[in-house]
Design a protein around this ligand. Structure first.
Ligand code: ARG
Length: 412
């Protein structure tokens, strides 16, 4: 029986050419798999037909939008995941869900190998292949751009020579990856990190410099998950989609950073994630109201580790799963409402409401009705500062100063 290779198919030039290219280079049959994670653009039927027209023996399309929103975006929201304090993991979380469908398709169609269109310089190759190794240890991986010398020029030449039904003339200078959680843009003139992004870089967001009137949205959460917008029940997918529109119209969620890739390269990235950034702002503030102080502090550290693991392609790793258990446990009381103002590039919290929160008006108030016993503060402070005070007395005794570290730094 002829060997079969499952190819992660986007419908674009590179992966369309890859179908025939892989077949010629390896002698295998190619099964194209396209996964809808809310990237928009062409219909999946069109994409499926193109794969067949380009020579795929089978073409399989999966609508993974709800799955992606519920099982990938929501955990990212619960973790308030921002890699390098900025990037909400847009591409990093789509790779594991795509991988799941690739591995399932490989098993269904009897393939021995999975192929993807990544280069050898990025994070995505790692995310795909670590995921594939984990979910389908029997499968091999191949990347035609990296392993079979499929360059951009050769792709255009091949598509023209073979009359493939794919646009070869449209010159987009950028490498773009998008899904419902956001959009990533790199390469082209953005590689000069002094260059500012031009208008044509953006698609999910309007220019925040010229915003329409402010948009006030109330987001209801249950256990860390958005369940209603302005009182209207929504699924996670609907919540993200609606906020992409509303926050996007206000230019919320534009990000421009130099980022540390896992492979050691620093790269310039532009992201747009209006819905994700609005949701994270709201969720984070609801946690401020509902999480106990030490739990909140620890969750921040742990959330950062979770974020780095996911960025680094460790979605299916044991540590990531263990951290999920902790994070889910913290979400038990993260329920209530956040009122957000979306305006001019910013998502600003204006109001909070929670019946499971820890904010106690009677403890917090400076007005009459104060339930906090201020006389306890003195004794608390005496004991809280005691160990430093004892150490300082020693320094005074031995060095004639209560702050020996200051003397030390003067000496050097
Ligand atoms: N640098 C980002 C990441 O590693 C985005 C990669 C997006 N891929 C692309 N082809 N533009 O998650």
């Amino acid at each position: 029986m002829t060997d079969r290779i499952v190819l992660a198919y986007s419908g674009g030039l590179d992966t369309s050419v890859a179908i025939g290219w892989i077949a010629e280079e390896t002698g295998a049959e190619v099964v194209a798999v396209a996964v809808d994670v809310g990237q928009g653009g062409e219909s999946l039927d069109t994409v499926r037909q193109r794969a067949l027209d380009c020579g795929a023996v089978e073409a399989y399309v999966a609508d993974a939008r709800d799955e992606f929103a519920e099982q990938y975006c929501m955990p990212t929201l619960k973790a308030n995941a921002l890699y390098m304090d900025a990037y909400p993991l847009v591409s990093a979380i789509s790779r594991p869900v795509i991988t799941k469908h690739l591995v399932a398709a490989a098993q269904q169609f009897g393939a021995t190998t999975v192929a993807h269109g990544c280069t050898g310089k990025g994070n995505d190759q790692v995310r795909f292949e670590v995921g594939i190794q984990t979910l389908g240890p029997e499968l091999k991986c191949i990347a035609p751009v990296r392993d079979l010398a499929l360059t951009r020029d050769k792709a255009i030449e091949y598509a023209t020579a073979n009359n493939l039904p794919i646009e070869t003339t449209k010159k987009n200078p950028f490498s773009i990856d998008q899904n419902v959680w956001g959009r990533a843009v790199e390469t082209g003139f953005l590689e000069d990190i002094w260059n500012g992004p031009t208008k044509d870089v953006y698609d999910y967001t309007e220019d925040p410099a010229f915003p329409p009137a402010a948009d006030i949205v109330t987001i209801s959460f249950e256990e860390g998950i958005p369940v209603a917008l302005d009182g209207k029940p929504v699924t996670p997918l609907q919540a993200i989609e609606e906020l992409n529109q509303r926050a996007g119209a206000q230019g919320v969620g534009r990000i421009d950073i130099v980022e540390d890739r896992l492979v050691g390269i620093k790269s310039r990235e532009i992201y747009e994630a209006p819905g994700a950034m609005a949701l994270i702002a709201a969720h984070q503030e609801l946690e401020n109201v509902t999480l106990e102080r030490e739990q909140a502090r620890f969750k921040k550290t742990l959330g950062q580790r979770w974020t780095e693991l996911v960025y680094d392609g460790q979605w299916f790793s044991p540590l990531k799963k263990s951290l999920d258990t902790f994070i889910n446990d913290t979400q038990r009381y993260v329920s209530g409402e956040i009122r957000l103002e979306l305006h001019g590039g910013r998502a600003t919290v204006q109001g909070r409401k929670s019946t499971t929160g820890l904010y106690d008006f009677n403890l917090a108030t400076y007005d009459t009705g104060d339930a906090f016993d201020q006389s306890s503060a003195r004794g608390f402070i005496d004991i809280f500062g005691l160990s430093s005070k004892v150490a300082s007395e020693r320094d005074q005794r031995l060095h004639g100063t209560p702050d020996f570290s200051a003397v030390n730094s003067l000496d050097s």
